[in-house]
Design a protein. Structure first.
Ligand SMILES: Nc1ncnc2c1ncn2[C@@H]1O[C@H](COP(=O)(O)OP(=O)(O)OP(=O)(O)O)[C@@H](O)[C@H]1O
Ligand SMILES: [Mg+2]
Lengths: 339, 236
């Protein structure tokens, strides 16, 4: 077990290291920007996987946390001076609000059947979108607003994009290892058990509700942090962060990459973001492709047909089978020797 | 009897609009194996689920160690010391055997570790498959895992629902032997259609029919009563 964890950890660290080197070879603005999107949405999709993949909670309004993060940091940097203190306050407010809203949503609905949480988050997300549109004095309405970031020290300011790239990458890696640790802990195992059969977990002597609320809060805070990074990377906040598309993207990334795998959603984020980028040019071919949601549908159907367990899920299942075939062969040999 | 471990009085249970259990009286004495018999659909599983709080009784009381647990949620009932081995075994498919064992552990004290060691000696196969996902076990292995898991916690009473279901005779024998050993340490309510198993393990029996207790007494008595066996258990 320990050996296996270490091996996969080395692989992940190696990939992270390659990603650190990447901008030194390819530093076009659009490319860096795309990769930053992959990192921020990777974090966001991981937070979604925590709910869907590890606990079996469905959220239709996960964009709300993304938006809360983006608006918190945006508004604070817009209203206060562009200093590191403001940035830090923005991040803290984002985390607090994200945690608070997910706590309330969790307390209100997680005792009930799962779809109540899905519906409530959807309703709350629409409410936040409404507020962002109507509370113009603070949010600048549907135009959105740009804001200034604090100056970076010396040479880093000259390579602002690379710096943001590195920062988002490091955050994604840290959050990934943190969440992986969480899912492999006894708490994580109880979550998986809850996803499979709540009644069974209860009759083992565990109250379900606190576990669900805890995971909802962690997921909300992480998602809100993804929103912070997103806003920082484009120095702009608009109402689109609350759009249902954001939630659908997270859902698609998680499903394509592999539900309940954490690394899957990151891979899914890579695929979806690059697909977004390249497929939008299809709009010139036919107007139907102007709507991302249509592509979403197509990609979704293809994914479900060809990778029902997601990319990572499919690979894992293959590896697993091989490993067990080996173990069983060994076992058979041993049995033969014995007889 | 005043040291009755579990006592159901006039229990009525509805599932949705259906009235499933009718005025069930049921008693379990400590240290014994009480067998619950009856044909398919008689209400055996519903009785266990009602004890566990997974179905709620509309009427009547369930007392455990003298305390009224009728209205408690399942996790409280489990913590009071009742372990449940459901009909479908309730194994978590995405967790390994080891994780299935550990996820059920409410404490990590020495006594729990001792019980864990004991039960793993009883089911050495579990050690062999420690890292295998629960979903890939055979029916018999799942059954053993489920029984073993219920034993790891400090339970005073185990409710075991049809452990012989779908198992080959040799495996049934193994399950019987393991429950025989556990019986020395804990009280058991056993739902069983396999009369051979019931009679090997049981001290006392209850027969349910259409949600009503139609007979109860010492197992000895039932072994000899051909008429009763034929009428309710379909054994010629
Ligand atoms: N979820 C449900 N909804 C409606 N009726 C149910 C439900 N579960 C059980 N019943 C009914 O309750 C009655 C008792 O079922 P129960 O599962 O307790 O029987 P049982 O004695 O355990 O049978 P078996 O030996 O087949 O396991 C049956 O008539 C069944 O149809
Ligand atoms: Mg049954």
């Amino acid at each position: 077990m320990i050996k296996k964890i270490q091996r996969s950890t080395w692989i992940y660290l190696a990939v992270a290291f390659l990603l650190v080197l990447l901008p030194f070879f390819k530093d076009e603005r659009w490319f860096l920007f795309l990769m930053i999107q992959v990192f921020t949405f990777g974090i966001f999709a991981m937070s979604y996987d925590l709910l869907l993949g590890y606990t079996g909670i469905i959220s239709f309004g996960h964009a709300m946390f993304f938006g809360i993060g983006a608006y918190s940091v945006g508004i604070i940097l817009d209203r206060m001076e562009a200093s590191y203190t403001s940035l830090l306050i923005g991040i803290l407010v984002a985390a607090l609000l994200g945690g608070l809203v997910s706590f309330i949503a969790g307390i209100l609905t997680l005792k009930l059947k799962n779809h109540f949480y899905a519906m409530l988050t959807l309703a709350l997300a629409s409410m936040f979108l409404f507020i962002a549109e109507k509370w113009r004095s603070v949010t600048h309405g549907s135009d959105g607003f740009t804001f200034r970031l604090p100056e970076l020290p010396g040479p880093l300011e000259d390579h602002r994009n690379i710096t943001i790239y590195m920062f988002c990458l490091v955050m994604m890696v840290l959050i990934f290892f943190g969440l992986r640790r969480l899912t492999e802990s006894p708490l994580g195992k109880i979550l998986v058990a809850i996803r499979e059969n709540e009644g069974r977990v209860e009759s083992l002597g565990f109250r379900i509700m606190p576990y669900k609320v805890i995971i909802s809060v962690i997921s909300g805070v992480v998602a809100s942090f993804a929103g912070v990074l997103y806003a920082i990377s484009i120095r702009f906040v608009g109402t689109n962060v609350f759009a249902i598309d954001v939630t659908l993207d997270a859902l698609l990334m998680t499903i394509i990459g592999g539900v309940g795998t954490l690394v899957g959603p990151i891979i899914g984020a890579g695929i979806i973001e690059f697909a977004h980028h390249y497929l939008s040019s299809l709009a010139d071919v036919h107007w139907i492709f102007e709507r991302w949601i249509i592509l979403f549908g197509i990609v979704y159907i293809l994914a479900v047909i060809f990778f029902p367990a997601g990319i990572v899920g499919t690979i894992k299942a293959k590896l697993h089978k091989r490993k067990h075939r080996k173990i069983e062969a060994k076992q058979q040999n041993a049995d033969k020797m014995a007889s | 009897m005043e040291n009755t471990l579990l006592k159901l009085e006039q229990i009525n249970t509805h599932i949705e609009q259906f009235h499933i259990l009718h005025n069930i009286d049921f008693e379990v004495q400590p240290g014994e194996v009480t067998v619950l018999l009856g044909r398919n659909g008689a209400g055996k599983t519903t009785t266990l689920r009602t004890i566990m709080g997974l179905n709620s009784a509309t009427n009547g009381t369930v007392q455990f160690k003298g305390e009224d647990i009728t209205k408690l949620p399942p996790y409280h009932i489990a913590k009071r010391g009742i372990g449940y081995v459901p009909e479908d075994q309730g194994i978590f498919y995405d967790l390994s055997v080891g994780e299935n064992m550990r996820v059920g552990m409410r404490q990590e004290d020495d006594a729990t570790k001792e019980r864990m060691d004991w039960v793993l000696d009883l089911f050495p196969d579990l050690k062999k498959f420690w890292k295998k996902p629960g979903g890939q076990l055979s029916g018999g292995q799942k059954q053993m895992l489920s029984i073993a898991r219920s034993y790891v916690n400090d339970n005073d009473l185990l409710l075991i629902d049809e452990p012989s279901k779908g198992l080959a005779p040799v495996v049934v024998e193994k399950v019987i032997e393991s429950i025989e050993k556990m019986k020395e340490k804990t009280t058991v309510v056993l739902v069983e259609q396999n009369f051979y198993m019931a009679s090997r393990l049981g001290d006392r029996f209850y027969i349910l029919d259409d949600g009503i207790t139609v007979h109860h007494g010492d197992m000895e008595q039932l072994r000899e009563d051909e008429e009763l066996k034929r009428k309710y258990l379909g054994i010629a």
